[in-house]
Design a protein around this ligand. Sequence first.
Ligand code: PAF
Length: 291
Amino acid sequence: MKHIETIKEMQSLALNWKRSGITIALVPTMGALHEGHLSLIRSACQAVQLHGKVVVSIYVNPIQFAPNEDYSKYPRTLQNDLRLCQEAGADAVFTPSNEVMYPSGNEDSNAPLRYSTFVSEEVLSKTMEGISRPAHFRGVTTVVNKLFNIILPDYAIFGEKDFQQATIIRRMVRDLNIPTQIIVSPIVRESDGLALSSRNRYLSPDERTQALCLSKALKMVQEKVSIQSFPAKELKEEIRVMIEKQPDAKIDYIEFFDPESLVPVVEVNTGTRMALAVYIGKTRLIDNAIL
Ligand code: PAF
C-alpha cells in the first residue's frame, strides 16, 4: 500500500492508472477510522473488484469546521489508520497537509490566503446540518471536489450516517456532471444501536449510555409509523420528551423529510426519512433512518 502526501504524486498515480484502464474507487475520510469506515473500504473493493484500485483519503478538512467546533481536538490516529487501511485492502492512502490542500502562498509573510475557490450547493445544504453549521457543506463540497480532481475516482463511497452530506454530494455530482458514481454505504451500529462515529470517543461511559437515546428515538418512530402515519409535530414532541429524560442531552434538531428533496413533511409515513442531532454533554451526535 502506498502512502502519498502530495497532490502531484497522487494525481500522477491516478492518471497512470486511468491511462492503463484501471478503475479507481475513493473512500474520503477524516481519519480516526472505525468499523464504519472499514465497511466503506469493503464497498470500494467490491465496486472495483480485483483489477481496480482503492484509495482512502485521510484529511481533517479545516474549512468544514466553524471556529467554535472541534477541529483542533478532532481525533488524529494516523499510524493506526494506515494499518487498518492496509488490512482492509486499500491500494493507496492520501494524507495531504493543510498547506498542500489550501496553500497560503508566501510562508514567511502575513500575506492573505492564496486559496480562494469554493464549491457550494445552494438548496439541500440549507436545512438541518446546514442551519446549525452554516459553512459546513461548502467546506465539504469544496474538499470533495478537490479530492475528485486529484484522485479521479470512478466510484466514491460515502456513509449513510451523514445522509444529508451524501445527498448533497450526489446532487453536486449530477449538477456539475462529475463522472464519478456515488455509492452510499449503510450505517454501521454497535450491538446496542449506537451509530459508529469518530466522535463517539469523546463520550464518557455515562454519556455513551445516554447517547443511545438517538437510535432509540429512531426505532420508536419506525415502529409507530409501520402501523399508521402521524403528524410530524406530534412525533417531534414525543421524541423531545423522551430525549430530554437524559440529563446531558440537548436537542439540536429533529426532522422528518423527503429523502430526495430533503423537504420537511407535515405527515410522517413509511418512506419518510428521519434525522436528528443531539448534544450529549459537549459532543454533538447525528443519526438518521428511513421509516
Ligand atoms: O464525512 C466525512 O468524513 C467528511 O465530511 C468528508 C466527506 C471526508 C469530507 O471532509
